[in-house]
Design a protein. Structure first.
Length: 535
């Protein structure tokens, strides 16, 4: 088995595979309480939106400015998703089917951009090209940011395709192009849809890149309403429009995945000997991956390091350490809260099929569509009524947990599903109760993969900007807010130390999540959940 074959393979974001069974009342109560917490932002937005008279809502939705913002968001969304589908398919197919040297290292290099927030990408490119601005510039930055999601989703699917069909097509004289479009593409369309969903949701929720590049999308419009006019009812109406757009995306993805789930696919390893050894294709893949990693990894690091070295101003070491400690501590707390929340939700989805389980899945997925600015808007209002909790570290960490709960639940669900059922059956025959089986058999085996999911939440929380700007305690700075403060006024040299440190810290969990591990029966759950958690 080659190193490339040792790369982890991933599940869809959620896959409910439990058997219909009676749900324990305590689990029902816990999940119900958690869902009510997840629904807090939705309830707040509905209440605040309908405080505005209906004629006012209609006028707001159909005014020229709103339609212009919607059109800008839609154009940006279409460009990024379309380019990601094209490039993501080319890169993942090339690394999977073509016999390129050190393919596993190329995969790791292609995943590293996940460590770099979109506003840091924007900062580095603005430092190089100060005139960079507009929708095309924003699309360029967001493609660099989101392409790994598409690449990973498609690569996962390529590992699971029915290679027998490929061999049959070859014996029938089909060309490589015909095999790809007639045999391979139909089997990976579900993962292409998943990658498009992840890319699209990221574009809809992004604030930092589009704001720095003077592109007013729905998220920027919401933030501007919140800050300038303080018209929270209008901001809530636009937030509901943003959520509706996200729900449409999720519904389309679910339809494609439901259709895909009905197809039976034989899973067989694609061996090194079967890979294409064409020099022309090798060169094409290496050039393509090299161009992407140069734009998404080498250029940002070059700018950050060069700006850091050439900075004539003394570095505020104390401020750098304080911001780093704040970033790590609040992100870790948010990851822990997400882990605690994900345990009952993941257990229900993994072990029980039924209406309540499916309903819980959909609520978590829709919650995943909420951008940081919407969560921040809801929790600012709620927190202001809760006294000491308002502008506390806990409220900010709680916002992180809500924002990235879907990632934690997806990891928890898939980790629990991969525990061999035979082990649970053996434990049951030995007289162990269901609770004892869960605590002594299921969770210990799934724990490494659950830990990786928690690590992913920690990584994502460190990069979150809008919710941090709205909910951070007075006087508290994180690496993200310091980067934003300096970059927004073009003080790129002063922003460099904070940006470089954030990327270096984030690179550690990103590297751990993308590292290949040898597959065995004892650790297959780890391997199959890592990249799935990223997606």
């Amino acid at each position: 088995m080659t190193k490339l074959d040792q790369e982890p393979i991933a599940p869809p974001l959620f896959t409910s595979r439990g058997e219909p069974a009676e749900v324990h009342p305590v689990l029902n109560v816990l999940v119900g309480l958690l869902l009510s917490v997840v629904l807090i932002p939705f309830i707040y937005l509905l209440i605040r939106a309908f405080e505005k008279p209906l004629p006012g809502i209609v006028e707001l939705l159909f005014r020229g400015k709103t339609l212009e913002v919607l059109a800008t968001t839609a154009v940006l969304l279409i460009i990024v998703v379309a380019v990601n589908i094209f490039l993501g398919t080319l890169i993942s197919a090339g690394l999977h089917f073509v016999q390129v040297p050190k393919a596993h290292l190329l995969i790791v290099a292609s995943v590293l951009p996940l460590a770099i927030p979109s506003y840091v990408f924007t900062y580095t490119w603005l430092a190089l090209l100060p005139s960079l601005s507009g929708v095309l510039a924003a699309a360029f930055v967001l493609i660099l940011t989101t392409l790994p999601y598409m690449f990973l989703a498609i690569l996962v699917s390529l590992r699971r395709i029915d290679n027998g069909f490929i061999e049959v097509a070859r014996t029938l004289g089909q060309s490589r192009r015909q095999i790809f479009f007639r045999v391979i593409l139909p089997q990976i369309r579900g993962s292409i849809s998943a990658g498009a969903l992840l890319s699209g949701l990221y574009v809809l929720s992004d604030f930092g890149a589009v704001s720095l590049l003077n592109v007013e999308t729905l998220t920027v419009s919401i933030q501007n309403m919140f800050k300038s006019s303080y018209d929270r009812s209008a901001a809530s109406v636009i937030s509901l429009v943003l959520i509706l757009a996200s729900v449409v995306f999720i519904a389309a993805d679910e339809r494609i995945k439901d259709k895909k789930a009905k197809e039976n696919v034989f899973k067989r390893r694609y061996t090194q000997e079967s890979r294409i050894s064409s020099l022309r294709l090798k060169s094409f893949v290496l050039v393509l991956v090299g161009m992407y990693t140069s734009l998404a990894v080498i250029v940002p690091f070059y700018v950050l390091i060069s700006r850091f070295i050439s900075n004539p101003n003394p570095i505020d070491v104390s401020g750098l350490i304080t911001a780093s400690v704040s970033t790590i501590s609040v992100s870790a707390l948010g990851a822990v809260i997400a882990l605690v929340f994900s345990a009952p939700l993941g257990f229900l989805i993994a072990t029980h099929a039924g209406r309540f389980s499916r309903f819980s899945e959909r609520i978590i997925l829709i919650g995943h569509a909420l951008p940081g600015v919407v969560i921040g808007l809801a929790l600012v209002s709620l927190g202001s009524k809760l006294g000491p909790i308002y502008q506390s570290v806990f409220l900010l960490a709680f916002a992180y947990a809500l924002l990235f709960l879907a990632k934690a639940v997806a990891s928890m669900t898939f980790s629990l599903q991969l525990v061999p059922s035979v082990l649970k059956e053996v434990a049951a025959t030995l007289g162990k109760s269901k609770a004892k089986i869960s605590t002594s058999v299921v969770f210990p085996i799934a724990l490494p993969s659950i830990g990786l999911g928690t690590l992913l939440v920690f990584l994502t929380a460190m990069k979150e900007l809008p919710a941090t700007l709205m909910l951070r305690p007075t006087g508290m700075d994180t690496l993200a807010t310091q980067i934003w403060s300096y970059a927004s006024i073009n003080r790129f040299n002063d922003a460099a130390p904070y940006a470089l440190l954030l990327v270096l810290i984030a690179a550690v969990p990103t590297f751990l999540l993308s590292m290949p591990r040898a597959e065995s029966s004892s650790n297959s759950a780890q391997n199959e959940s890592k990249v799935g958690s990223i997606a």
